[in-house]
Each structure stands twice: as structure tokens, then as C-alpha cells.
Design a protein around this ligand. Structure first.
Ligand code: RIB
Ligand code: CA
Length: 308
């Protein structure tokens, strides 16, 4: 049974796999594009190209080009200067919609009120602006799944406890974490635990399917980065968050806790601060995903690339 799904994304190699997975299982009503992994011009172009490779008509909406308050460094060192492995692909023939991503998020939440699953795979700039424009947004969204944070402080940026999506725009993350009553959180540490075996990943992306061939090309740089930077396998963070969104039953363990965002620490800005013992007596806003069924996660990945 399909369902309406909106993806806020900064494609981005792992975003691309998540978007491929979504189009196989859900009714993707739009891609709202953020800046993050690389600049907005590239993330929009990448989103359009991926939709063309998939053969879908999914509308692509350009969002906010910069974080809410302070500038931030991109992740081109992982994803390539263009965000898709610098393959020099021919841009899609279709352009982005005229509507701004923030307006599209609000409109689609009204059109699919009560049914919409929203998956946030990027810095939360667009979602924060949407929330500021309409604080009732959460009441219309059936489920929000956020890829972000590092719940015990083992982040992936130069601000050690910060994960990229949160660290890129901490103020936006604060607006969303403080203004969204309940959401599923797939943090970086869970993504590390659910890294994919390199040999398995290489086999899956070598499939004859055009989606696999495109993904193999754009992921080559990120694949090499994972192997040369001491990672035990291919970490595809957004794919894990998308798997949780597509099939909640793959979650084996999760804990509901209050999570806040550090905005001011000189060494901790962007950290996700979890009240594990409930000392603050604040309502739990995040359902922190701790473990998923790896085989079912990988089956969703393989299926998105044309595998069984
Ligand atoms: O930390 C991983 C997250 O940051 C992923 O969403 C990746 O695409 C980058 O945006
Ligand atoms: Ca992303």
C-alpha cells in the first residue's frame, strides 16, 4: 500500500540512494531541496537528474541557499564538488518548479493533510522556515523522520559531537526539535552501526539496472572516502533513515527521549543533547532509532537498484 512522501534533501550521494528507495515504495509528491552537502545550485541539479534517471515526474523545489544564521562548510570532500561524484553527467531536461521549497512543503502538507510522511535528509533550514511560517505544520504531517544528530556525541564533523545536517544549521535544527512534538530520529551513530559490507555494496551497485549504473558512477568518490577513512563499511546515512520511513517495522529498538540542540558551545555547537535519564522532565520529542533489521534494510537498498 503506497503513501504520500515528501523528501527534504541535499543530494548528495546518500540522499540519492534514499530517493531511489522512496520512488520504489511510496508516492513521492516532491523533493524540497536544501543546501548542505554542496551548494543549492548543485543539489537542485542533482535532484532533477536523479528524478530523470528514475523516469519519474516528481516535482523538485529549490529551497533556502544558506543556513538561518551563520555560514557553514559543505561536504564536497565526501560527495564531490558537484555533490554527485563529479561524473560530468548531462543535466536533466526538466527544470525546478517555480514554487519555493518552503511554500511547497506547506502546500503539500495541506493537500495530503494527515497522510503525509516527511523525510528530512538535509540541514533543516527549509523545514525550520516552514515551521516559522505555519506552526500548525506538524499537525498535518502524519510522520516526520529526521536523519541527523549523534545521540552520544560521536558526530562526523570538525565540531566533534555534531553531525553534519545538524551542525550545518544548528538554529534550524533547534527550531524543528523545539517545535515538532514527536519525530523519528535516525542519528549518525545508528548509521555507523548499520554500515553495509563493502563487497556487498559493490555487488549491488554493479547491477545492470540503469539506476544501479548511475548510482555506481556518482557514488564512486564517496565509496572511496568511506574505505580510506577507516569506516568498517559503506555508511549510507540517508538510506537508513529512508528505510525506517518506508518500513517502520524494521526498527528493532528505539527509545523516546527529549533532544535539544546546542547553539553556543565553542566546541559543541550543533550537538544533539539527549536527556537520557529524563532529568529535565520535558516531553520526549524524539523517538531515537537504535537498531534496525540489517537484512531488511539492505533488501530495501538492493531493491532500489534493481536487485531482488
Ligand atoms: O551526516 C550525514 C548527513 O549529512 C547525510 O544526510 C548526508 O547526506 C549529509 O547531508
Ligand atoms: Ca543528506
Amino acid at each position: 500500500m503506497t503513501f504520500p512522501l515528501l523528501i527534504d534533501t541535499d543530494p548528495g550521494v546518500d540522499d540519492a540512494l534514499a530517493i531511489l528507495m522512496a520512488h520504489r515504495q511510496a508516492d513521492v509528491v516532491g523533493l524540497s531541496i536544501a543546501a548542505g552537502n554542496v551548494g543549492l545550485a548543485h543539489t537542485v541539479t542533482n535532484g532533477l537528474k536523479l528524478v530523470e534517471v528514475i523516469g519519474a515526474q516528481t516535482p523538485v523545489f529549490a529551497g533556502c541557499p544558506v543556513p538561518l544564521v551563520l555560514p557553514a562548510e559543505d561536504a564536497a570532500f565526501v560527495h564531490g564538488a558537484d555533490g554527485f561524484g563529479d561524473t560530468g553527467y548531462l543535466p536533466a531536461s526538466r527544470g525546478a518548479a517555480d514554487e519555493h521549497a518552503v511554500e511547497a512543503i506547506l502546500r503539500l502538507s495541506r493537500e495530503h493533510a494527515g497522510e503525509l510522511t516527511l523525510v528530512a535528509l538535509a540541514p533543516l533550514t527549509n523545514l525550520a522556515l516552514a515551521l516559522r511560517l505555519d506552526p500548525q505544520l506538524p499537525s498535518r504531517v502524519r510522520r516526520l523522520v529526521v536523519m541527523g544528530g549523534a545521540v552520544t556525541g560521536r558526530g562526523n564533523t570538525h565540531l566533534v559531537p555534531a553531525e553534519f545536517n545538524i551542525g550545518f544549521d544548528p538554529e534550524a535544527a533547534h527550531v524543528v526539535f523545539a517545535g515538532w512534538p514527536q519525530f523519528d530520529l535516525v542519528d549518525w551513530e545508528a548509521c555507523v552501526r548499520h554500515a553495509m559490507d563493502f563487497a556487498w555494496f559493490d555487488r549491488v551497485v554493479s547491477a545492470a539496472d540503469p539506476r544501479a549504473q548511475f548510482y555506481a558512477a556518482i557514488s564512486r568518490k564517496a565509496r572511496r572516502f568511506n574505505e580510506t577513512h577507516g569506516r568498517g563499511g559503506m555508511i549510507v546515512a540517508d538510506a537508513l533513515a529512508m528505510a525506517v520511513a518506508l518500513d517502520p517495522s524494521i526498527v528493532r529498538t528505539a527509545e523516546k527521549r527529549h533532544v535539544a540542540i546546542e547553539l553556543n558551545g565553542t566546541t559543541t555547537r550543533g550537538a544533539t543533547v539527549v536527556d537520557w535519564e529524563g532529568r529535565l522532565a520535558r516531553p520526549a520529542n524524539a523517538n531515537i532509532v537504535l537498531e534496525v533489521d540489517q537484512a531488511r534494510f539492505e533488501a530495501l537498498v538492493a531493491g532500489a537498484l534493481g536487485g531482488a
